[in-house]
Ligand binder design. Structure first.
Ligand code: SAM
Ligand code: SF4
Length: 494
């Protein structure tokens, strides 16, 4: 125990935290945010329409503008906002959607977050940390049988799953290569959702090839933050967490993912918090968040807080939160997870979602063992959508989406400011479209069921004729890559 306490005692580097504060304060001013929401409680219809135009020009909105959108109640204006969200998504990301799988690596945690099944005091939780061999086994299934190319590696905060462990895990995951029907499967991008780390640890992960580094603030409301993260725990330090994306960007990790756990405090306030966070990163580094996540609180084993919180957000408000986020930070990737059920996912994806997980299992070692699907004791929470990747991709294809397995971005320097500029200008779409088709071809040939393949072929045919029409100068070299992929070559990208 004393070893764990010694580890905890040296985690937070005060100098790395305090240097960002201004007069001892962080950039989230709760009073100002609440005032902004109040001041814009009755938005004028014309003002709302002007704001929509600004989003359509892919410009980040101001707090007043976001507050106005959050307060729109007129159903006609709400549908105009939804149509604009769809148009922004199309303009920046076209009809592409990226899929990934979560890989839970450790359920040990020194924190005691009231809402989480992994919290230290939860005696009902089964604890463990995957060994490198166990991580390998999980990846053999994910990359060799299901066909994932991207993972989000998740762990609690604990000395047994520290940055060295994560670094070793990343190297291990990238080294797994599995033979498939026509080629081979490999995980090509590992994003990480872990504790806020100091700069030195982030540099190490950057050198190994981390994808996006995600840390959710959970709630931006200071008082609520204090209530749900008990005093004395590492996580109770609000600014250490708030500024971890600053540290990541300083360490060279360009793709950072922010998020809030909806259900801890008022949802409108959290949307404002996410906007302020994006604005602050843009102001200091010229780079906004690569992704925004907005998980809703889900039931967890022996975790009464999840049902007693009075801030649960209903489906209609959640829909509005997604639309307003899409319009407020138009260039950012938006992640909707399998916490949500299939109906909600079907409804919300067209409103601006760019990434989603599928075939997800969140029990430790659950991809490679035969134990029942959902086991409360070894999971952080209960999933709402347990459909297979094949089913989800089939449905997305029916809805007109192409699933992109492209992971070229961080491997050829299209990260951070470079990708933001490309996204804003609409040019990123060119690379992405080509890479989406090539990687979707790989997946269809290697993993798809007959019925999903048939749906996918229709999507691919449409995409190829769009490339011919819109990018004639590159069409021939694109088709060469495409044919080489059909021939069994893998991981070709522009
Ligand atoms: N331990 C790290 C941390 O807290 O940042 C990272 C992993 S934690 C397992 C990932 C995220 O799960 C948390 O940031 C939180 O937003 C979310 N989460 C925790 N409890 C949840 C619940 N009951 N329902 C839905 N999401 C939850
Ligand atoms: Fe630990 Fe993260 Fe769960 Fe908090 S949310 S108890 S830090 S795993």
């Amino acid at each position: 125990m004393s070893q764990i306490n010694d580890w905890i005692a040296c985690r937070i580097k005060l100098d790395q935290r305090d240097k960002y504060l201004r007069e001892g304060k962080d950039f989230i001013n709760d009073g100002e945010m609440l005032d902004t929401l109040k001041r814009n409680v009755h938005p004028d219809a014309q003002a709302v329409r002007d704001i929509i135009q600004k989003s359509l020009a892919i410009e980040t909105l101001t707090p007043d503008e976001t507050a106005m959108l959050l307060n729109v109640a007129d159903p006609e204006l709400v549908s105009e906002m939804e149509a604009a969200a769809l148009a922004v998504k199309k303009k920046v990301y076209d009809n592409r959607i990226v899929t990934f799988a979560p890989l839970y690596m450790s359920t040990k945690c020194v924190n005691n977050c009231l809402y989480c099944g992994f919290r230290r005091d939860n005696e009902a939780a089964t604890r463990g940390v995957l060994s490198m061999e166990e991580i390998r086994k999980e990846c053999e299934i994910l990359a060799g049988k299901i066909g994932h190319k991207r993972l989000i590696a998740v762990c609690g905060e604990h000395p047994e799953s520290d940055a060295e462990y994560i670094a070793q895990a990343l190297q291990n995951i990238y080294s797994v290569k599995m033979k498939t029907r026509h080629g081979y499967g490999q995980i090509r991008r590992v994003n990480v959702n872990a504790a806020p780390l100091p700069i030195e640890d982030l540099k190490m992960l950057h050198d190994i090839g981390i994808g996006t580094y995600q840390v959710f603030q959970e709630t931006y409301h200071h008082e609520t933050y204090r209530k749900v993260h008990p005093v004395g725990t590492l996580k109770s330090d609000y600014p250490w967490r708030l500024y971890c994306m600053h540290r990541a960007l300083e360490a060279g990790v360009d793709d950072v993912g922010i998020g809030a756990l909806f259900g801890l405090y008022d949802w409108k306030f959290e949307v404002m918090g996410l906007l302020y966070h994006a604005m602050e990163l843009e102001r200091v580094f010229g780079i906004g968040p690569h992704t925004i996540s907005f998980p809703r609180i889900e039931p967890a084993e022996n975790t009464p807080f999840t049902s007693s919180t009075k801030y649960k957000i209903g489906d209609d408000d959640f829909r509005k939160a997604v639309v307003v986020l899409r319009l407020s930070v138009p260039y950012t990737g938006m992640i909707l997870t399998a916490r949500e059920n299939s109906r909600i996912r079907r409804e919300l994806i067209p409103l601006g979602i760019t990434q989603t997980d599928a075939s997800s299992k969140i029990g430790l070692g659950a991809y490679s063992d035969d134990r029942p699907e959902q086991q409360g004791k070894r999971q952080q929470f209960i999933l709402g959508d347990t459909r297979s990747l094949d089913e989800v991709i089939g449905e997305l294809a029916r809805m007109g989406y192409i699933t992109s397995f492209c992971t070229a971005g961080y491997r050829c320097g299209r990260t951070g400011k470079c990708i933001m500029d490309l996204l804003r200008s609409g040019k990123e779409g060119n690379f992405c479209k080509l890479n989406a088709v090539i990687t979707f071809r790989e997946w269809l040939d290697d993993f798809a069921s007959e019925s999903t393949k048939a749906l996918g072929e229709e999507v691919i045919a449409r995409e190829i004729s769009e490339v011919r029409e819109k990018m004639p100068q590159i069409f021939d070299s694109f088709m060469k890559y495409y044919q080489r992929t059909i021939g069994g070559e893998r991981d070709l990208y522009f």
